[in-house]
Ligand binder design. Sequence first.
Ligand code: ATP
Ligand code: LTN
Length: 332
Amino acid sequence: MTRVFSGIQPTGDLHLGNHLGALVNWVGFQDRADCVYCVVDLHAITSPAEHDPATLRERTLETATLLLAVGVDPARSILFVQSHLHEHAECTWLFNCVSGFGELRKMPQFKEKSEGKGETVSVGLFDYPVLQAADILLYHADEVPVGEDQRHHIELARDIGQRFNHRFGEVFTLPRAIHPPAAARVMDLQEPTSKMSKSTSTDKGIVNLLDDPARIERKIKSAVTDSATDIRFDRDAKPGISNLLEVLSAATGRSIEELIAEHDGHGYGAFKAAVAEAVIELLRPIQTRYRELASDVGEVERTLADGAARARAIAAPTLARAKDAVGLLPPA
Ligand code: ATP
Ligand code: LTN
């Protein structure tokens, strides 16, 4: 069976864009693939912005709980926290020794995130994609569903795996990035020409998965739209209305044409109310499930411990083969 691996950073609240753009697919893959999903807390500490230790711990648990709440099913898939396995950090070291300074320096995400930081930028940020390669290659992943911005990182993982195999013998499976179509590319409610994003959107521009219904309603009703009254899909001329149409379509499973036929001519107010209600109903079962799970932290922690054990059953033998291939003397 195809193995899918993906990771998500516990750096903020998950929002509607993450859900419709990525998590819905994570849930769907479980029907056709052997899935391994990881909360990548080691990646989260590479960020140039200083992190708060207590917040990181909270967010790691919250992110894992939300993944369970949206439908990652621990009976079918492996869900674990990256730092629970020392194998990821250890494999990173082996990969560091077959990675080039030049190729890492050219990674677009590193260039972007280190810009203006001069000599103070951390080695961890520089090494971020090598750790990501270890995440993927330790599990012999075939497919890695990610956003377009991660394409270079997956190519690097492929290059590292290929180089290692070439030098030391076949150990790693070469992965490929997949970019499954998103249920929706969700735009910022206040600035509908930029994507909804946890690092750049304001609170009013973003619907967090745990926002309560009144808050969701308020945010959607005050979404920026144009001053006309017609409801039609045109990303350039009507970015705000088009975004709401796409969200409504993803939330209800109905086509955009059908939604236009139903709502055009009845005004923006009624249309926004319908979008708000659909998003509230989409998130309601997730929020209910989240509260149930969060009321028993011990159970979530047990699920993660079980996930880590099952992850280790795959990662540890892979790492052992890699160490042996490199020529590291096994302990007697
Ligand atoms: P950041 O602002 O830190 O980049 P983000 O909110 O954009 O964070 P990521 O952590 O980069 O989210 O992305 C996690 C996943 O969610 C990726 O697969 C990404 O493609 C998807 N995603 C993020 N934002 C959106 C969006 N607005 N619409 C659709 N998919 C999205
Ligand atoms: N860099 C990714 C998160 C990530 C990841 C992974 C994704 C870390 N390790 C392995 C896929 C596979 C991001 O920022 N979205």
